[in-house]
Design a protein around this ligand. Sequence first.
Ligand code: HEM
Ligand code: 2DC
Length: 469
Amino acid sequence: TVRSYDEIPGNWRNSLASLYTFWKLGGLKNIHRIMVNNFNTFGPIYREKVGYYESVNIINPEDAAILFKAEGRYPKRLTVEAWTAYRDYRNRRYGVLLKNGEDWRSNRVILNKEVISPQVMGNFVPLLDEVGQDFVSRVHKQIERSGKGRWTADLSHELFRFALESVSHVLYGERLGLLQDHIDPDTQKFIDCITLMFKTTSPMLYIPPALLRRVGAKVWRDHVEAWDAIFSHADRCIQNIYRKLRQSPESEGKYPGVLASLLMLDKLSIEDIKASVTELMAGGVDTTSITLLWTMYELARYPDLQEQLRAEVQDAWASSQGDMIKMLKSIPLVKGAIKETLRLHPVAVSLQRYITEDIVIQNYHIPSGTLVQLGLYAMGRNPQIFPRPLQYNPARWLKGEIHYFKSLSFGFGPRQCLGRRIAEIEMQLFLIHLLQNFKIEKQRQVDVGSTFELIILPDKPILLTLRPL
Ligand code: HEM
Ligand code: 2DC
């Protein structure tokens, strides 16, 4: 017999007890570890009430499958209220990230065609390849300058620039020039404001932004300032392309980028296009850059593995004769490495859906309408799901084994990450070029942990050394 919703374990009746664990385990910046702790305490399903929302939390891949089968035609995530509150406050339209229902679906279907369908991937490869090559040239230049035959740095800032240059090249069909020595202060501000926007979002997961706004809290003011800078810079980039397109609409057979394609397609209103392109531009910076930083860190920790990946890349290079599209089909271990990085260091601590039908998970009844969260970080580190979970082992993604609902870093189904293909190609090409040119080394035995600032980030700067092969 199926047990009732109210029998699900957890501290949901006792918000004081949850507050205590929250506080004891370091609160806000530790959500990911608090979730691990909760699964250890309560088992593979628990119910909780934090701040102003209630949810059921699950961890097993088989249960994730049940969850996503019940997501309905208009899958809905937990609303990040800080983000909708800003748009409401400034009277800005929601893009695909924040829309719901039919409005979301009709926009998403059109965006899919231009951003994530297999047909457009061929257009993205040369654009992203060019940026990857330029990153390598920049590193060579830095090494030369250092006069030491190597370059040691906290590469996060370089990677932010690389990621923004990459996503902009795809969106606008143009280079911004961020891999030169001097960059436009507005662009640097844009990059800094994305980090600030994420950081100021996390407290507002627990305290309603409407309240913080009313009392004039600093976190709300900073959040508004961050989004203002993000929107005004994105507006400028979009306006620039729009103007050029009106002056000379013919593009001489050259792929013009996502924005121009959407404008020419003429199926979404300009306002809708602007809203979603802004979200794509902002979503394309911290996500891929941090994932690449973690990957470099792991490859520096495992030099033998790094050599294995390099060998795979060299072989693929030889057999594909510089045909990048072909090359991307023959680097399974590099792809495994990216999956492995995201297993241990996911961008999103959880995936969530409001279910649209009653389901049974772990023999508990869960009513339609409930917010169900899959603990992605906790799942990636669970020994029952991934044997020897702390071992960074890209080969675990190769074996003939089927990975049923285990590879969920970009989410699942029609609501999955819209930037997924851009992110994957961008990261694969980056790693190809990096491995072909440099040895990646790490300073000393410093272990880097994770901290939660809406997305999961390294808890300290990661210093890496790049040395020409
Ligand atoms: C949504 C992860 C990079 C734009 C998401 C979601 C996840 C995710 C987990 C929620 C999916 C769901 O609920 O099922 C990642 C990871 C990335 C990455 C791990 C890189 C390592 C990017 C990039 C862009 C982007 C590069 C933009 C170019 C978006 C957008 C959504 C989204 C617009 C919302 C889609 C919708 O609601 O329909 N991402 N992301 N992401 N991501 Fe990403
Ligand atoms: C954060 O409890 C923790 O890809 C919350 O590129 C639940 C939650 C909801 C939505 C998630 C968010 C978490 C983490 C960051 C995500 C976001 C959906 C999209 C966003 C995963 C897990 C992200 C980083 C987008 C951001 C685009 C934005 C800057 C325009």
